[in-house]
Design a binder for this molecule. Structure first.
Ligand code: SAM
Length: 262
């Protein structure tokens, strides 16, 4: 086994094939846009900041689908590898990107829409991490702006670990083996990815992703203590391709928070 830990750096190649397919991204985008239409306070144009945007697939699709309303779209992520993987001149016209930590945004501009997708907020593992991020959002959100993010609840953590541990995947450069374990005490899942090159040689690195699963009421409290307010929490089922319009419950798999300044 490799002994050097790399953060979100080699796995990006697998995103298209295994982790988030194109049709899933499209449904996810449609669902988020529908929520924005309900809650965007009638903004003529959208100035969007996306946190933890990964390879920018959501950004690309969102801007392409709703181009006429987008004034600006900035995709951010902590991983250079993720953000630059598929970035090219064509995409440069659609959105810009900044490599940064969502707990410490190097951003002075205000945005009327801030979004984060595909369980990225679950990557903030402690209460302190979440509050740091929410305080940054507070600083970057315009007065009547809206912050929309999805959040996977404990049910997903448990079933994901059971379903995906031992999964073997293949990317352009690597064969990848995933091991997942769920810790019921800390309510965290640890996904470790081991890489072997096409010649069968083990890489000297591995990737470790930790996600935590707080409850809806805990997240509401962290938002409140950061000067924000959850005005809606929806049950979020992205593969439906539309907003469920049902209030989220702690027993749901995934929910979508709609947040404003308090
Ligand atoms: C599950 S992926 C989702 C990526 C993207 N939102 C999408 O829909 O494809 C989680 C992403 O969170 C990023 N990430 C994890 N911790 C982060 C942090 N503290 N700040 C910014 N990005 C982070 C990872 O690099 C990764 O791209």
């Amino acid at each position: 086994m490799g002994n050097k830990k790399r953060i979100y750096d080699a796995l990006f190649e697998l995103y298209g094939n295994y982790i988030i397919t194109d049709s899933y991204v499209k449904k996810w985008v449609t669902t988020v846009y529908e929520t924005l239409e309900i809650h965007d306070n009638g903004f003529d144009t959208l100035r969007v900041l996306e946190l933890a945007a990964g390879t920018g697939r959501f950004a690309e699709r969102f801007v392409s689908m709703f181009q006429e309303r987008i004034e600006e779209y900035v995709a951010t992520d902590i991983s250079y590898g993720m953000l630059h993987y598929t970035y090219n001149a064509e995409k440069k016209k659609l959105f810009s990107r900044i490599v940064c930590d969502m707990r410490d945004l190097p951003i002075k501009t205000k945005y009327n829409v801030i979004i984060s997708n595909f369980d990225s907020i679950n990557y903030l593992v402690t209460e302190q991490d979440l509050k740091k991020c929410f305080q940054q959002v507070k600083l970057s959100l315009s007065d009547n702006g809206v912050f929309v993010f999805d959040y996977a609840l404990i049910e997903v953590g448990n079933s994901y670990a059971v379903g995906n541990s031992g999964r073997a995947m293949e990317s352009r450069n690597f064969k990848v083996l995933q091991e997942s374990e769920f810790d019921t005490e800390t309510r965290t899942i640890k996904n470790t990815f081991f890489f072997t090159d096409k010649m069968g040689r083990e890489s000297d690195f591995y990737e470790e992703h930790i996600e935590s699963f707080f409850t809806i009421s805990e997240i509401k409290r962290f938002l409140h203590e950061s000067g924000l307010k959850a005005i809606k929490v929806y049950n979020f089922i992205p593969h439906l391709g539309h907003n469920s319009h049902r209030a989220g419950a702690e027993t749901d798999q995934r929910v979508q928070f709609v947040v404003t300044h308090s």
